[in-house]
Design a protein around this ligand. Sequence first.
Ligand SMILES: C[S@@+](CC[C@H](N)C(=O)[O-])C[C@H]1O[C@@H](n2cnc3c(N)ncnc32)[C@H](O)[C@@H]1O
Length: 338
Amino acid sequence: MPVDRRRIEARVRLNRLAIGGWSAQTLFAANRLGVFDLLCDGRALTAAEVARELGTEEDSTARLLGALAALDLVEHRDEQFCNSRAAEDFLVSGRPESLATWVALIGDWNQTFAQLGESVRTGEPAEVPEEHLGRSPEYTRRFIIGMHDYAIGPGRELARHLDLEGRRRLLDPGGGPGTYSILLAEANPGLTCTVFDLPEVVEIAREVIAEHDLEDRVSTAAGDYHSDEFPTGYDVALVSNTLHQEDWDTCVAILRKAHDALEPGGLAVVQAMFLNERGDGPLWPALHNLLMLLVYRGGRAYSVEQTFRMLEEAGFQHPEIHRMSPFNAGSFVTATRA
Ligand SMILES: C[S@@+](CC[C@H](N)C(=O)[O-])C[C@H]1O[C@@H](n2cnc3c(N)ncnc32)[C@H](O)[C@@H]1O
């Protein structure tokens, strides 16, 4: 029989997809066990030494390190292992650009994702979001610091693309750790920002703001965007990666509060991982749309067109889309208050 290259490639691709979760689990386990923190700063250790330091079983540790080498997360030279460049740059905890807490959070959500079939069958979420929105201090911290880890890269890009010339006061509802406010304040010396979020969350935001020495220009306001009004007198309102947690009517209600928080001529900025109009891509938003099904009742990914309509329903005018680099899953929409 002649070799059908397309069939072989499809089979290989499917198999790679089927075992994709194993690669992710290998990363989560190494992150949780502290492998990348142990092997940082060029420290090279044998599998036996790694096992001794981590208190793990030696042969299992050697297998884990072998798989991490196959995933290019560690380098294997002679009998020793050290972090790869990518692990050194992004997986050592506590570093300014570390993604370690984000990876741990995705690890939590991987357990949740295992229940996808059931959620698709019933339409019900698999999580109780209150747990990571204040009820469990550890989970809340992992969620909020995980958001911070993730937001550093896209936040820097937003700060480069978003023209805030002449704007003075920015409100950041659902601002979480305050990453966007911090980066926008750093990029715009005349700007002061207010991070509005749930009480347990703004406590964490205050720590992050203090680490950046920005307490004089980035403040916090504790509140619930469902039941509390927003503070007023702003000329920019940034709603970043927050609407996907809510159903349509709640999104419009949040945007209406943002509208009322702005002075005439004020600018609304909605940043999100926008789904295309058919709901079938790009990949990140399409998968994120499933995560929202699993985590938030009523949560979903929205398209640019839907976001325009929400903004208009909330009273804004002239919605416009702004794309960032192809490396960024997010882009942003702006609109103005008359
Ligand atoms: C996915 S995070 C986005 C954080 C940040 N804006 C960013 O883009 O990185 C969503 C934020 O909405 C906040 N949030 C959820 N429910 C809220 C509520 N009822 N009132 C205020 N904030 C809420 C969460 O605490 C979280 O910080």
